[in-house]
Design a protein around this ligand. Sequence first.
Ligand code: ASP
Length: 372
Amino acid sequence: MKKTRLLALGLSIASIPTVVAPVITLTSCGGQKISVPDITEEGTIVILATGGTIAGSGEEGKETGYTPGSISVESLIASVPGIEDIAPLHAQQVCNINSDDITAKIWVQLAKTINAYADDPEVAGFVVMHGTDTMEETAYFLNLAVKTDKPVVITGSMRPATAISADGPMNLYQSVVVAANPESKGKGVMGVFSDSIYSARSMQKVSTFDVTAISAGPMGALGFVRNKEVFFYEESIKLHTHKSDKFWILPEDKNKKDLPKVAIIYIEADADPTIINWAKESGAKGLVIAGAGAGEFSEKFVKKIKSVVSKNFPVVISSRIDNGVIVQDSVLVEGTVAANDLPPQKAAVLLRLALGLGITKQEDLIPIYKKY
Ligand code: ASP
């Protein structure tokens, strides 16, 4: 049996308990200095844990009423039989939070950490453990900010570790299988959930409760995992990871610590456009509109949006409908940018990254929303 190295505690897999139990709760993270240890075993998979339901604990057997982000990564790994036989593992607890508390500061820290480890020739790939609520945003951010063709897999679970038939252990096992497989190289950040592999760009949370809550809608899965085998059928053609150049966030980028704020405006019948004033006053440097239908909104919104885009304030048009594409030809207001198939929450991630580089003009944003 290969020894699993759990450097955070300096323990071997054999010396830690196999029963999951609440161990630590780190509530603040992000913005720390990046320092990663030298990895000595070839083919090591680095597991970076951020919390979520996969690290959740509550009343034994129950699926609800638990606390996400309360079990340490070491305990979670120890609860997965045979995981240490897939590849040497190195675990790091980046933070331990509910993913609804994720911040751009944590994203930046994660990207820098992955990029620092990626330079180590002994590191073969990564697994990021994360809550499912905002997993798709973190996945898409990393898909653009990490500079490596080594596999980066993100996973989580819908049931806490203390529930009957918790789904976390299998998702973690399958994620390590995918991250360790040479065929996963160059495929960008991938979500692994309930036997399926998704591209970070397409993956989305589609259910509030069931164990197949992460899916990719009409884009479908990239492939599947069965036991220790990986089966790929599709690939994303959008720019990502080793090809996303301008969006990389590297450990040496000392002054990159956070991303500019943007606001998502959700359109409903009779929506009040003065919400845009509130967004601007609260510090948003750009807007994403979750429009009705094909990114549409009322005449009063048209007027308001016209007035902000004319002052070089970027506005990206997405839709509140899950399955759809907004094309540049169909935007209602000249000067706004079509999000294409990106849902509002991902369109916002891309806008924050672009604004972080000082990109605000429509003509510069349009190709970005087409390529990434
Ligand atoms: N609220 C949890 C989280 O996102 C839900 C989950 O992980 O499934 O952290």
